[in-house]
Design a protein. Structure first.
Lengths: 135, 697
């Protein structure tokens, strides 16, 4: 269990897309971008679940993942070890994520394409500045 | 509190440093909190200082800029339909963008409005480019079906961060308040808290201002409505005043016209009444008076020696005296239902039985004439000639149109005029035609046949006065036991009348139903009968107790009520039983009230018994001896008097027969028998040997 430091908040605003690494049950890794890692509370973050993709499938098999987020002003990167805890389909976290998605999608005429299925809430198990494996 | 706490001094130092950093953080946070409270106070003060919506909106945005450094902000208000938000105020944009619209549900502002929740977006540009890339990808893959149009929303070009708050009043959305920045992740959670508080205040201020504006508009509308109403009222009042004035004017004019018309009518009526009897004036006014034939009596009068008399007095006195004479004579003529048709110098032509026929016209004319003679003798010291004649005449409006008069034509008019010329001064001369009618009632002396111009010789008669009982053998048989004393009785009654009842004009009352001297006859008979009963027979003691004055009074006054009754009704020979009954009760009522007025209240009970006696043909209380004496005499005289009773003339014999058949109590029978004894002709005898009582031969 780890606490997110205050300075990391700007990196969780979704200005610079984050990278996420997951691993299937058989050990096959997968890395991709996610548009935003949402701040939930000092010990949790959330990822939006819109499409069934490799990341979602891997997480179903193996709940542990690693994300790298970047502060858009200072370019400071942070590495977060996270572990899937629950999927929320209602509540304040889901609502904020959904509203943000809808605000942007509606401007692009894509409100029917962008649908938030659920907010996947992860527990932060470790947080460290910079990119890379735990030191 | 770090997770790597150890007992090593180095680690301790770094832990202390870390703790210090946390304390610093908390201090900074505290300082900022203090600032926030101050900021909120500042902004609150500014936005609640006004009630004008535009000022409030501008002051909110200005305060955000100046106090918090948010340079780009806008306030959008929801339209009445709740579908569109319009920019009502903005700050920090090149173009004010006022009035720009965004649909509810579109963009950050639209979604905030839709969800009624705050939204903070830190990576707006990135999100948009990501979405745009996705859109392009879908377009290339031919998956455009689910795509809508790209929408332009009002806002800052190249905005990276946006934070927007719903403006809520009791959970009702009134608009959205949005702040933008080109800096990514420009707003943090603290801004969120601060702006949330401010947005609540802004919502209240906006709502208040709106309510105030609404109220102001309403007040303004009320003012306008009131002003309009006042203007209307003023014009209405003016109109009403004008109409009222016009109506009043019209009313005044019509009132004046009515008054003039009424004056004219009264003048015409007064003029016409000089030209015609008052009864025909209404017909004349309507021009409906037709000439008609009437049986009437005409009276001409002329003052003997008036020319000489007039030369001896001053003109003023002459006219005064003459006018006095005319008014007295006019009153006497009117009293007997006559009409002064015209005067010529000192002479009068009067008509009786016009314009409506009257059964008593001849008697009335003679009585008026006798009255006039008396007046002239005592008031002017002159003597008058009066000529009377009766017969058929034609009455109508006569003369040139501008000088016409109600007038009569006929031979009787000429004869009456001739009678006047032939009349000895101080007397009343009647023609044979009048004689034929009035003879039974009056003491008349023939004047022989006199030469009349154009008529040869005509018989003339002088009326001396109404007959007394002894002067009419049809009323009292000269051979009867009463006849020798009847004259004396009559005189007693006449004296009583003159002394005790001088206020009663018996002649005029009797003339109303043409039954002249009936009361005096009844009184004379009753007085004679009473005295006879005191002398002989079974009722002597009873009779002795009766007061003669009461008896005479009752006899004289028993039908005094006629003075106030319609002569036409009193003389109607065709009245049915019901009408007679009604007439009788009206007569009783009026007589009773006359008794009260004259001071004979004590006799009212006897009067009632008398009427009851006549109504029931004799069935009356035994002890009413007074009533039976008067009643018997009343019935007797009513039958024998010249006026027809029950449609025919009665002889003394027939009358007594009727009288003795009355169903009176046996003890009272002697009263009736005594009367019959007193008045029967000496050669006649009373037979009572028949079962149905008495037969009179």
């Amino acid at each position: 269990m780890a606490r997110l430091p205050t300075e990391i908040r700007a990196a969780l605003e979704g200005v610079i897309p984050a990278s996420i690494g997951t691993c299937s049950l058989d050990g096959t890794p997968n890395a991709t971008y996610v548009s935003q890692v949402f701040y939930v509370d000092p010990e949790h973050v959330a990822l939006s679940f819109q499409f069934f993709n490799k990341t979602v499938r891997n997480i179903e098999e193996n709940p542990r993942a690693c994300v790298i987020v970047t502060d858009p002003i200072s370019a400071q990167a942070w590495t977060l070890e996270i572990e899937f805890e629950r999927a929320e389909e209602t509540g304040p976290v889901f609502d904020q994520m959904e509203m943000q998605l809808e605000a942007i999608a509606s401007m692009q005429g894509m409100q029917d394409v962008f649908k938030l299925r659920a907010a996947h809430v992860y527990r932060v198990t470790e947080v460290r500045p910079g990119m890379g494996a735990p030191g | 509190m770090t997770k790597h706490a150890t007992d090593e001094p180095g680690a301790l130092r770094s832990e202390i440093a870390a703790n210090q950093s946390i304390i610093d953080d908390l201090n900074r946070s505290l300082a900022r909190k203090t600032d926030e409270v101050r900021i909120i106070q500042q902004i609150s003060f500014k936005i609640t200082a006004s009630l004008k919506l535009d000022e409030i909106l501008a002051s909110i945005l200005k305060a955000l800029d100046e106090v918090l450094g948010f340079q780009h902000s806008m306030i959008l208000l929801l339209d009445a339909a709740g579908e569109t938000l319009r920019v009502a105020a903005s700050r920090g944009y090149l173009e004010a963008g006022l009035g720009a619209e965004v649909a509810v549900g579109v963009g950050v502002v639209g979604v905030v409005a839709k969800k009624k929740r705050m939204l903070r977006v830190g990576g707006l540009a990135a999100g948009l480019s990501y979405a745009n890339r996705l859109r392009e990808g879908m377009r290339k893959a031919g998956e455009e079906a689910g795509l809508g149009n790209v929408v332009e929303v009002p806002g800052l070009p190249g905005a990276q961060s946006q934070i927007a708050f719903p403006l809520l009043v009791a959970d009702r959305l009134i608009g959205v308040f949005a702040v933008e920045s080109t800096t990514p992740a420009a707003f943090d959670e603290l801004d969120e808290v601060l702006l949330t508080i401010l947005s609540h205040q802004a919502a209240s201020a906006i709502e208040n201002a709106r309510l105030y504006q609404q109220e102001e508009r309403r007040v303004e509308e009320l003012h306008e409505a009131r002003a309009e109403l006042e203007a209307l009222n003023a014009s209405l009042e003016a109109k009403i005043a004008e109409r009222t004035a016009r109506l009043e004017e019209a009313h005044r004019s019509s009132q004046i016209a009515l008054e003039i018309a009424e004056r004219e009518r009264m003048r015409s009526t007064a003029l016409l009444e000089r030209m015609a009897p008052p009864q025909v004036v209404p017909l004349m006014l309507e021009d409906k008076l037709l000439a008609r034939k009437l049986n009437a009596t005409i009276v001409f009068t002329d003052l003997e020696g008036f020319t000489r008399f007039s030369s001896d007095v001053e003109p003023d006195e002459l006219f005064a005296r003459l006018n006095d004479f005319f008014s007295r004579a006019g009153a006497q003529i009117a009293k007997y239902r006559g009409y002064v048709n015209k005067t010529n110098g000192d002479s009068i032509m009067a008509l009786f039985g016009v314009p409506f026929e009257s059964p008593t016209h001849a008697m009335d004319a003679v009585l008026a004439a006798l009255d006039m003679q008396k007046t002239v003798r005592s008031n002017l010291g002159l003597r008058m000639r009066i000529g009377i004649s009766s017969g058929s005449i034609t009455a109508g409006i006569l003369g040139p149109r501008d000088k016409s008069l109600y007038d009569v034509l006929g031979d009787s008019v000429n004869v009456a005029s001739r009678m006047e010329k032939l009349c000895p001064p101080g007397s009343v001369t009647i023609s044979a035609q009048t004689l034929a009618i009035v003879e039974p009632w009056f003491d008349i002396r023939p004047l022989g046949r006199q030469a009349v111009k154009g008529k040869g010789r005509l018989p003339c008669y002088e009326v001396l006065g109404p007959r007394t009982i002894v002067q009419d053998p049809r009323r009292l048989d000269p051979t009867s036991r009463l006849a020798p004393v009847a004259g004396a009785l009559w005189d007693e009654v006449a004296r009583f009348e003159a002394e005790r009842l001088q206020s009663v004009d018996f002649t005029s009352v009797q003339a109303r139903d043409g039954n002249l001297r009936h009361n005096e006859c009844v009184a004379s008979l009753a007085l004679g009968l009473l005295r006879h009963l005191r002398e002989e027979g079974p009722l002597r003691e009873h009779a002795a107790a009766i007061d003669e004055d009461e008896l005479v009074s009752l006899a004289l006054l028993h039908d005094l009520g006629k003075h106030a009754m319609d002569p036409a009704l009193l003389n109607d020979p065709d009245l049915g039983l019901v009408e007679l009954e009604r007439l009788r009760s009206e007569l009783l009522a009026r007589t009773e009230s006359a008794f009260e007025r004259l001071g004979f209240r004590a006799l009212v009970s006897a009067l009632r018994q008398l009427y009851e006696l006549e109504r029931t043909r004799g069935a009356c209380p035994e002890e009413g001896l007074l009533v039976h004496i008067v009643g018997a005499c009343d019935i007797y005289d009513a039958l024998v008097a010249p006026k027809h009773y029950m449609g025919r003339g009665w002889t003394i014999a027939g009358s007594l027969d009727e009288l003795l058949r009355l169903d009176v109590p046996a003890s009272i029978k002697p009263v009736y028998r005594a009367l019959a004894e007193l008045v029967r002709p000496s050669r006649a005898t009373l037979h009572d040997d028949r079962s149905e009582d008495v037969l009179f031969r």
